[in-house]
Design a protein around this ligand. Structure first.
Ligand code: FES
Length: 221
């Protein structure tokens, strides 16, 4: 765990206020709300958006890129399209300054439910990148179709995987194929006991859920 570093003077940051600071070479979003300071990675877990540039409302910061909200006290992801917590850091006030040390004493569990075993939500999302929309030729993760992944322990040390997936439209003709491909790709992993794919239409998909990679592939700028 890193040492505390002085990042700002008390009074340098309005209340409420936010600023970007650097700690051990990492960019950290520092918040001042209700007389208290909080620090998070300046990284949205959806697609790397800069949280310090977002809109601060009470104890919530909204990612400026696609609007995911995070609790500045814990880093927990509160709304889609982010499903995983961002890292929170330790903050102390000393000698008239604000000090930050990377890593918290009590990091929140990942909102997306990382499993205790070797398999994690991130692994499942990586696997799902093999599933491509047959018309757009872009994978379902970069299209922003995956709303959630949860893992539950199953027999034999394996994991039961549940995937919340949306479609670009309610009548998307590729739906059955995407569901089948997702089950096949994830279900083929040796640590997976079974896969359930739930179709979720609320909130509805919109193009701003796509990652920059997807935009590049589709030629959207
Ligand atoms: S990068 Fe933050 S919501 Fe998409």
């Amino acid at each position: 765990m890193s040492e505390f570093q002085r990042v700002a003077g008390c009074g340098e940051l309005a209340d409420p206020g936010k600023m970007l600071v650097e700690v051990d070479g990492e960019m950290v979003a520092l918040f001042h709300v209700g007389g208290e300071y909080f620090a998070l990675d300046d990284v949205c877990t959806h697609d790397g958006g800069p949280l310090a540039d977002g809109e601060l409302a009470d104890h919530t910061i909204a990612c400026p890129r696609h609007g995911a909200k995070f609790d500045i006290r814990t880093g927990a992801a509160l709304t889609m399209p982010a499903v995983r917590a961002t890292r929170s850091h330790r903050v102390k006030i000393e000698d008239g300054g604000v000090w930050v040390a990377l890593g918290g004493d009590d990091q929140p569990a990942e909102a997306g439910g990382a499993a205790a075993g070797g398999l994690s939500e991130d692994h499942v999302r990586e696997m799902l990148k093999e599933v491509k929309d047959p018309e757009l030729f872009v994978n379902v993760v970069d299209l922003g179709l995956i709303y959630g992944v949860t893992l539950e322990p199953a027999e034999g040390g394996k994991q039961q995987v549940s995937i919340d997936m949306t479609m670009t439209s309610p009548a998307c003709p590729a739906g059955p194929q995407l569901i089948g491909d997702a089950k096949r790709v994830v279900g083929g992993h040796p640590d997976v006991a079974g896969v359930e794919v739930r179709i979720v239409m609320d909130p509805p998909w919109s193009p701003d859920r796509m990652t920059d990679d997807a935009r590049d592939q589709l030629g959207i700028f």
